[in-house]
Design a protein around this ligand. Structure first.
Ligand code: ZN
Length: 145
């Protein structure tokens, strides 16, 4: 099988075509040369969100948060730890709802932190409230069957 996936670079947001079998082999971006997976959530704005959620083919897990939100800051290292476990099967991203209010409004985010799982631009599931890394991983895997 040489099936390939479109993977958005977390650094320059260019779409890269990566064979499924090579996802775990530390692929690099054809444009900027940086790793497509570096075990860190990527911070998205409205434009890069559309690339990662709508055009890239990996499922996208977004942490909607804000800098003034205590539980969000508590969860940040847990989300980071979840990225280590979930990449490269999933892209993890953060949307600062204060810096990018349009995205919070578009998805009707009423409380933070809220995690939303997207696939091909469609929302599959969401969960509000701070979670541990183990709970995040368990929740995501439950959504995907
Ligand atoms: Zn790049």
């Amino acid at each position: 099988m040489s099936e390939a996936l479109l993977v958005a670079c977390p650094h320059c947001h260019t779409l890269n075509r990566v064979p499924h079998t090579r996802l775990a082999e530390a692929p690099v971006c054809g444009r900027c040369g940086k790793r497509l997976f570096d075990a860190h959530p990527v911070a998205l704005d409205a434009a890069s969100f559309d690339v990662h959620a709508g055009r890239a083919e990996l499922p996208l897990l977004v942490d909607f948060w804000a800098p003034w939100c205590g539980p969000c800051l508590t969860m940040a290292p847990q989300f980071q730890a979840a990225a280590v476990q979930l990449e490269p099967q999933l892209r993890l991203a953060k949307v600062d709802t204060e810096a990018v209010p349009a995205l919070g409004a578009r998805f009707g985010i009423r409380s933070i932190p809220t995690l939303v799982l997207f696939r091909h631009g469609r929302e599959l599931a969401r969960q509000s409230g701070a979670m541990s890394a183990a709970d995040i991983v368990r929740w995501v895997r439950a959504q995907r069957g």
